[in-house]
Design a protein around this ligand. Structure first.
Ligand code: SAH
Ligand code: SF4
Ligand code: F3S
Length: 473
């Protein structure tokens, strides 16, 4: 009998990847994906602990699931299993089982390859007593074995643009951040395993792969042969040889780990897209030191300068935190100055959120919410203006766009420019997965729209006598 699973993903791309891999683990057990939790046999919340708001969302979702379970029981419908995965699960573990007794299973980012055994344990626990408290199953170990060695080789296609985790965990311990605690120590997958997975994704239809890691450019994986290790630049060079794979990206990188080989790859490999998310967090040296970022604002400017020398059209993105403990108006002004100096194509900015167990969370000099809100608003208006300016500068250009998914309107597809801009294009549905030249006609604050600038498939179809209506853009 087929069962269904609904997986809801919060947080970063690594969670998106993990959710796809959980689906791969569950497929051989007969679980098909469900579109919503209503009729699902199993619901998994794959959670994020990075900011307080992110973590709180999980508990409100769990409240909704409890109500859903109750209304299903009243209607005589089959029960569901409620599981929590990801970084909140890792951080809160047994506290979560006590706070939310409707949860049947809690497991962390490093143990989801054990889902078959864990679900069997849940079944056993429930056949004992359905209502006894504390019946939830918990697995938040950092196991000796790597999940990557034990996950199924067959993967569900992720579509034209796929994620591939190559590195996990973090040893950097920025003072604001929970990731070193929720994901554990840095670990790089062997290059051979990454290459094999990339070939598999390409065979399943991926044209673009984004290599993922909390610190992806700290990648140091065993070389396919011999005893040396490869850095990210070397790995990308090898992945660029895979036929059918046309675009490579990587995220998230740390400014300290942009080494020569990686900078050279940006200059030499056309497949490595001219866009980089390179978080800086703050433009103040004092705040950067208090954050334990281990670089100054000028070090960051120099890295950007080298990147632009290697690849003059590279577009940049970043993360910023405003209102880190002790941040003065002067510190904040330094952040605005850095943003003005660099010029970003887009960026994410957040109010500092004190996280349990992190050094900065315990600092006395916490900044009032109102000040954080004010700084966030002024930073975001500067970043928004830069993004809009960048998007405007694309108007009139013809650029290759990878058409990834159906657009908002009928007859439209949504794709990405080399610079990660979302591009709406009128194109037939079967163009999905193609890289086409698009003439950018208009720019909005967050996306572009354009028209097909070449129609290679149209010519072919005309020649074979197919109906023109089917292919006309
Ligand atoms: N590894 C990446 C970032 C991972 S977390 C890096 O080193 O840059 C993603 C982003 O969330 C961070 O870049 C940071 O801007 C933000 N973030 C992390 N902890 C935060 C906190 N406690 N409060 C607010 N924002 C935070
Ligand atoms: Fe967090 Fe810093 Fe590690 Fe990034 S580098 S994951 S911000 S501790
Ligand atoms: Fe969130 Fe965990 Fe990613 S805390 S940002 S889901 S690594």
């Amino acid at each position: 009998m087929t069962k269904t699973v609904y997986i809801k993903t919060y947080g970063c791309q690594m969670n998106v990847y993990d959710s796809a891999r959980m689906a791969d683990v569950l497929a051989p057990l007969g679980y098909a994906p469900a579109e919503d939790p209503e009729g699902a046999d199993l619901v998994i919340l794959n959670t994020c602990h990075i900011r307080e708001k992110a973590a709180e969302k999980v508990y409100s979702e769990l409240g909704r699931l409890r109500d859903l379970r109750e209304s299903r029981a009243r209607a005589g419908a089959p029960d569901m299993t409620i599981a929590v995965a990801g970084c909140v699960a890792q951080a809160e573990g047994d506290v979560m089982l006590r706070r939310a007794p409707q949860v049947d299973l809690v497991f962390g980012p490093q143990t989801y390859h054990r889902l078959p055994e864990l679900l069997a344990k849940v079944r056993r626990a429930r056949s004992g007593s359905r209502t006894a408290p504390g019946r939830g199953v918990l697995d938040i170990e950092f196991p000796m074995e790597s999940k990557f060695d034990l996950l199924p080789e067959t993967m569900t296609g992720q579509g034209p643009s796929a994620f591939l985790s190559i590195q996990e965990g973090c040893d950097k311990f920025c003072t604001f951040c929970v990731v070193p605690y929720t994901r554990g120590a840095e670990f790089s997958r062997p290059a051979g395993a990454v290459i094999a997975e990339a070939e598999g994704l390409a065979a399943a239809g991926a044209r673009e792969i984004t290599l993922l890691g909390q610190n992806v450019n700290a990648y140091r994986g065993d070389a396919p042969a011999g005893s040396r290790t490869w850095g990210l630049g070397r790995l990308i060079r090898r992945l660029a040889e895979i036929p059918g794979l046309d675009r490579l990206r990587y995220t998230t990188s740390h400014p300290r780990d942009m080494d020569d080989e990686l900078l050279e790859a940006h200059g030499e490999l056309d497949k490595l897209m001219p866009y980089l998310h390179l978080p800086v967090q703050s433009g103040s040296d004092g705040i950067l030191a208090a954050m334990n970022r281990r670089h100054g604002a000028d070090d960051y400017r120099r890295v950007v300068e080298r990147l632009r020398r290697a690849r003059p059209d590279i577009a940049l993105s970043s993360d910023f935190i405003v209102g880190f403990p002790g941040e003065t108006d002067r510190d904040f002004a330094e952040t605005l100055r850095l943003v003005t100096d660099i010029g970003y194509a887009q960026a994410y900015s957040f109010k500092y959120s004190a996280r349990p167990g992190t050094p900065a969370g315990a600092l006395e000099a916490q900044i009032p919410e109102a000040v954080k809100a004010e700084r966030l608003a002024s930073l975001q208006s500067l970043l928004d203006a830069q993004q809009e300016g960048f998007n405007q500068s694309s108007v009139g250009q013809a650029m290759p766009v990878l058409l990834e998914r159906p657009g908002r309107k009928a007859g439209q597809l949504l794709g990405r420019s080399p610079y990660m801009q979302a591009v709406h294009v009128a194109a037939p549905a079967h163009y999905r997965g193609r890289i086409v030249k698009v003439r950018i006609a208009a720019a909005g604050p967050k996306s572009l729209s354009g028209v097909l600038a070449e129609k290679p498939a149209v010519a072919r179809r005309w020649a074979s006598g197919a109906a023109a209506a089917e292919v006309a853009p």
